[in-house]
Design a protein around this ligand. Structure first.
Ligand code: SDX
Length: 428
């Protein structure tokens, strides 16, 4: 008997089974041999929400939830946030290595010169109501982009895949900015390819009558670092959705629209919007104790707290908190910060939260910065989706290149009715 096995005894039959262990996991299909009768289907595992199920092997992002560690391709998020920029990190996540200067210059040029969208995409976006939620516009428009690039359905061709990857990374800021201008009732601003990735985004958001928009360098850098922090996060809900849709060999635009739809949920990337609505509802630091009692009585969740993986402080939240100070020097303080800090102070010492490992996650402070920068709350999930486009696409490529992957099709435990005969209407 080798050490790297699990011996299971089925007490219903007295039979024992030896299952191989690799990477601290057993292969779920090895359970199927465990039966009472030979014609049984065999044993399955049951894991709603996939709390303890690995769906893939990956080399992209590493998280240690207990220690609050996050690394892209082995590089600590703290070092990337301090020393890199978003397009360089995008290259790292997609290709696995930091680019040299030639590779970076070529990559940056290719992204910054594909920022325009087809005029009909602009017309499509202008057909939405004046108060359409920008994240819903983003999701719809990304799906519609598959109609402009039908060749994207050939997901087996590497060059075609790369062309769509460049298009999506380059164009999501444009789509996001157009959705913002729609919300504001302002004319759409076209990309300025002389600006940086984040600078161009700010230009498409804020440019009015000036001939050339000059982004505030502090805000431009803060946004770029926020994009770095949100770029990937291994098998989160949105990325798992990207992989599930990608596993059917759908095109990347359709897959990414699904992933963005998952991200939109308030339990996921929509939490940053929910945090600001929560802070606004609390309204004043003096109301925090009463609010926290409501959370402890299970009347509501403390949005921006808790995480499926982090049972320690989300390292991204720590960095975002530092960025906040730099942004507020430019924009002026956000009164919501005082309420957020008081919520955190109580949560970090109160048994209800400490016993459940509820720490601030990436969404808790990001919204406060976005609001201070002038973004309406409804834009917050869109600001998450822009950088997460890189992670979704890198994970999608990894899925397609993994020969062990098959179409995602979970099983179920059926607890419904047994067979019964149809009852004609007159006899019901
Ligand atoms: C993101 O997965 C990722 O990587 C996501 C993300 C990424 O980069 O892609 O990091 C981005 O989505 C961050 C999370 C943003 N969501 C929120 O801030 C929403 C509020 N948080 C919760 O909904 C919750 O913490 C989740 C969804 C984030 C995690 O939920 P889990 O892992 O399923 O944990 P759980 O619901 O089983 O909670 C365990 C206990 C429960 O109490 P008991 O029933 O055991 O007594 O903690 C409680 C929960 O009720 N709890 C909370 C809480 N989160 C969990 N109680 C109050 N407020 C909360 N926020």
């Amino acid at each position: 008997m080798t050490n790297d096995t699990l011996t299971i005894t089925d007490n219903r039959t007295g039979r024992t089974y030896e299952l191989p262990i690799s990477y601290e996991t057993i292969n779920a299909m090895d359970l199927r041999q465990i039966k009472v009768n030979d014609d049984d289907f065999g044993m399955m595992s049951y894991d709603p929400g996939f709390k303890n199920t690995a769906s893939t092997k990956s080399t992209i992002t590493y998280i240690d939830g207990g220690k609050g560690i996050l690394r892209y391709r082995g590089y600590p998020i703290e070092q990337l946030a301090e020393q890199s920029n978003f397009l360089e990190v995008a290259y790292l996540i997609l290709f696995g290595e930091l680019p040299n200067q030639t590779q970076y210059d070529d990559w940056e040029y290719r992204i910054l010169h594909r920022t325009f969208v087809h005029e009909n995409i602009k017309k499509l976006m202008q057909s939405f109501r004046y108060d359409a939620h920008p994240m819903s516009m983003f999701i719809s428009t990304v799906a519609a982009m598959s109609t402009f690039y039908p060749e994207s359905r050939d997901i087996t061709d590497e060059a075609t895949r790369m062309k769509q990857i460049i298009r999506l990374i380059a164009k999501v800021p444009t789509v996001a900015a157009f959705s913002y201008r729609n919300l504001r009732g302002l004319p759409y601003v076209y990309p300025d390819n002389d600006l940086s990735y984040s600078g161009n985004f700010l230009s498409m958001l804020d440019k009015m009558t000036e001939v050339n928009y000059e982004p505030n360098p502090v805000l431009e850098r803060a946004l770029d670092v926020l994009f770095i922090l949100h770029a990937d996060h291994e098998q989160n809900c949105g990325t798992a959705t990207m992989r599930v849709i990608g596993s059917s060999h759908s095109d990347p635009y359709s897959a990414m629209a699904g992933a963005a739809g998952a991200l939109f949920g308030p339990l996921h990337g929509g939490a940053n919007e929910a945090v600001l609505r929560m802070l606004t509802e609390i309204g004043d630091v003096k109301n925090v104790p009463e609010f926290m009692e409501g959370v402890k009585n299970r009347e509501r969740l403390l949005m921006g707290f808790g995480h499926r993986v982090y049972k320690n402080y989300d390292p991204r939240a720590r960095i975002i908190k530092m960025i906040a100070d730099q942004v507020f020097e430019v924009t002026g303080p956000n009164p919501m910060l005082d309420i957020a800090l008081e919520l955190e102070r109580i949560a970090l010492e109160d048994e209800f939260f400490v016993s459940r490992n509820l720490y601030p996650n990436v969404d808790f402070y990001s919204g406060i910065i976005y609001q201070a920068m002038g973004f309406p709350v409804a834009m917050f999930p869109v600001l998450f989706a822009i950088p997460r486009t890189v992670g979704w696409l890198a994970q999608w490529v990894e899925l397609l290149n993994d020969s062990t992957q098959k179409i995602a099709r979970p099983r179920q435990i059926y607890l419904g009715e047994g067979e019964r005969d149809f009852v004609p209407m007159g006899e019901r």
